[in-house]
Write a protein of this length. Structure first.
Length: 259
C-alpha cells in the first residue's frame, strides 16, 4: 500500500511530470508566441500505492496521526453500497486485515458476489494510523511537485496571465465507515478539491476564499470559457461558476446544485 524510498524525485511519476512541465514552460517563455497555451499536469499520488521519498514519511508519525471516527460499515447498510468491499486496498501489499466474525454485519453473498467469505474486508484498527500517515506523506510529496509547477509559472512570467485549476478525480474514505478508497455512495468518495485561480477576476487578490455550495467538475470547462471571454458551448452540461469566483454568491450559477 505504501513505499518510502531515497531515489531522486524524477524516479517518481509526480517528480517526472513536474520536471517535464517546468521544461515546457521554460521552452514557451524562450519561444514567445501570440497563441495561448494549455498545460494539463496529471499527478498520480495520492492514489494507491502511496509512494514518496523517505523524508515525507519521516514527517508523519503514526503514533500522533488521528484515525477515522467511524471505522465500521453502518449497521443495516445495503451490501451494494460497499460493493467493492475494500478490494483495492486488499490487493495491496503490507496491509493487515480484520476477519473477525463481528464484521459479518448483514452481508448477503448471494446478492453481492464481490463480498466474499461472509465478512466485510476491513483493516484492523491499530493499522489505520500507519496507512493514514503514508497517505499524508504522499499528499505532501505531490503538493511539493504542484508547488514546483506553480513556481515555474512565476519564474517564466506567466503568473499574472494564466488561469489555474486544481482538481481531484475522486475522494477517499481513509477508514471512515470501514472503507479506504472510492466507489461508495457516500460523500467521502464523491467530494473532491476544486480550486480556481483566475487573474483579474478573483474576489480577493491574495489568500482566496471558500464556497460551500455544491458544484460539479463538468462546471470547470464552462467556467474557463467565460473567464477567457469565449462563447459558451451549448453542448456542455455544466455551468460556469465565475459568479462565485467574482464573489457574487453564485447569483448567476445555472447548475442543478446536485452531485
Amino acid at each position: 500500500a505504501f513505499v518510502a524510498s531515497s531515489c531522486p524525485s524524477k524516479c517518481y511519476p509526480e517528480g517526472a511530470v513536474a520536471d517535464f512541465i517546468r521544461s515546457k514552460l521554460e521552452f514557451i517563455a524562450q519561444n514567445p508566441s501570440k497563441q495561448p497555451f494549455f498545460v494539463a499536469a496529471g499527478l498520480k499520488r495520492p492514489h494507491l500505492g502511496w509512494m514518496a521519498p523517505q523524508a515525507y514519511f519521516d514527517a508523519y508519525d503514526p503514533a500522533t496521526t488521528t484515525i477515522a471516527k467511524h471505522r465500521q460499515p453502518p449497521i443495516n447498510m445495503p451490501p451494494v453500497a460497499y460493493f467493492q468491499n475494500n478490494s483495492e486496498m486488499m490487493s495491496m501489499q503490507n496491509f493487515k486485515q480484520n476477519t473477525s466474525l463481528k464484521y459479518t454485519l448483514y452481508v448477503d453473498n448471494k446478492d453481492v458476489e464481490n463480498i466474499t467469505a461472509g465478512y466485510y474486508e476491513l483493516v484492523v484498527d491499530d493499522y489505520h494510523s500507519t496507512l493514514r500517515s503514508a497517505y499524508y506523506a504522499a499528499v505532501s510529496w505531490t503538493d511539493d511537485q504542484l508547488g514546483a509547477i506553480l513556481d515555474a509559472l512565476q519564474e517564466n512570467g506567466f503568473w499574472n496571465n494564466t488561469m489555474i485549476v486544481f482538481v481531484g478525480d475522486h475522494g477517499y474514505h481513509l477508514g471512515e465507515l470501514g472503507a479506504w478508497c472510492k466507489n461508495t455512495p457516500y460523500e467521502y468518495s464523491g467530494r473532491v478539491p476544486t480550486v480556481f485561480r483566475i487573474p483579474g477576476q478573483m474576489k480577493q487578490a491574495n489568500g482566496g476564499f471558500a464556497v460551500d455550495d455544491i458544484v460539479e467538475m463538468v462546471d470547470i470547462y464552462p467556467t474557463l470559457l467565460e473567464a477567457a471571454g469565449l462563447k459558451a458551448n451549448p453542448a456542455n452540461q455544466g455551468s460556469s461558476v465565475l459568479s462565485y469566483i467574482n464573489g457574487k454568491n453564485g447569483a448567476e450559477y445555472g447548475g442543478d446544485n446536485v452531485a
